[in-house]
Design a protein around this ligand. Structure first.
Ligand code: MAN
Length: 353
């Protein structure tokens, strides 16, 4: 695949972001939602901050206290056998061996703005900050869909009771209306289509089932963007391929003359995250027209292979200008990059049904 990565990559790194919390450091500015507002491109960054620990044996896990609005810190000892610290992102409870007990950082959303789409100025303060009990471990991986004059911003809301998807909306990226949880736990990777199709709103989502099945992409419909129903399994992982382990929607779907183009992420069993494409019918997005054989974009550059969690490229938004797709994507759970891919090249690499 012919991918033109910007010379300025990575466009935003943790060093560019001043920590919001005293005594914390920024470990990630990544997996940003993308919006166009006036003549600006806005990246809605997921900023992850980690409490600084002076003792290498002590992991300090941040948790928001929703009543006070303050982040509190739980200190855990690496030698404590009740916990598993092998994944840098989470602390697992060895006894239950289910999910995680704590995250090692807390994420919120901060805006970075640009006129040319490559050089960004980062806001001083968070744009959306965890506030609800369902957000006590942070808010992550925002996507932003513009419908009419409103921008809908929705993200993973992480807490002790699971990971769901909460939504807010705005017209100006200054004041926000909160809509609450639109997909209940465990669910992530929601993308809303930018217009009604056959009189309905559509969303892709990714439930994580525990009893049977894998984390895969589903589609749902709604009359009002808040209540979702008619859930159907849309597409699965593919054994032996780069998307064999888990898949989820990535960028907000882009309308093209060929169909709805969705850039999704797929990981293999070694947690290597690539991006692929799927083309959905313009009139009925539950119908798959074609899907990538090989990835559209895979971790190749240093900043994609190395970082807090290496070998990850993860997009939450792309902009189509004429026949060029401008893809913004998180790299190695650390930074943001941009690339351009010709629509024609993506189409030529699809396997048609
Ligand atoms: C996974 C990763 C992390 C994230 C947690 C909770 O472990 O995607 O980045 O913080 O899930 O959502």
């Amino acid at each position: 695949m012919n991918v033109y990565r910007y010379e300025q990559n990575p466009l935003i790194t943790p060093e560019d972001v001043k920590p919001y919390h005293d005594g914390f450091r920024v470990i990630g500015a990544f997996n940003a939602g993308v919006a166009r507002c006036g003549d600006e491109t806005i990246l809605l960054l997921r900023v992850a901050e980690q409490p600084i620990s002076s003792d290498p044996d002590v992991v300090r896990a941040p948790v928001l206290n929703p009543s006070s609005g303050q982040v509190e810190i739980r200190e855990l000892n690496r030698n404590d056998e009740r916990y598993d610290f092998s994944d840098p992102r989470v602390v697992r409870d060895v006894a239950t061996n289910e999910g995680f007990a704590f995250l090692t950082s807390i994420s919120y959303i901060r805006a970075a703005r640009s006129k040319d789409g490559r050089r960004f100025t980062i806001d001083d303060a968070p744009l959306v900050y965890p506030s609800d009990p369902s957000e006590c471990f942070g808010i992550e991986d925002p996507r932003c869909t513009r419908i009419g004059d409103r921008h809908y911003l929705y993200y993973s809301a992480v807490s002790t009771v699971g990971i769901g998807v909460n939504m807010v909306s705005t017209e100006d990226f200054a004041s926000f209306e909160r809509h609450g949880m639109i997909f209940c736990p465990d669910n992530k990777d929601v993308v809303l289509f930018p217009e009604k199709i056959g009189g309905k709103y559509y969303a892709l989502h990714r439930p994580t089932t525990r009893s049977i099945g894998k984390p895969e992409i589903w589609i749902a419909e709604s009359d009002n963007l808040n209540q979702w129903g008619r859930h159907r399994h849309l597409m699965g992982s593919r054994p032996g391929m780069w998307d064999s382990g888990r898949i989820g929607a990535g960028a907000v779907p882009v309308k093209t003359e060929y169909g709805w183009l969705e850039l999704y992420h797929g990981a293999d069993d070694r947690h290597r995250y690539c991006m692929g494409a799927v083309l959905l019918d313009l009139e009925d997005p539950s119908k798959i027209l074609a899907r990538s054989g090989r990835p559209v974009l895979e971790p190749e550059a240093d900043y994609e292979k190395q970082g807090f969690f290496g070998d990850v490229v993860f997009s939450c938004g792309a902009i189509l200008v004429d026949d060029v797709l401008k893809v913004y994507y998180g790299c190695a759970d650390t930074s943001m990059a941009g690339a351009e891919i010709r629509l024609r090249d993506i189409m030529d690499n699809l396997i048609w049904k």
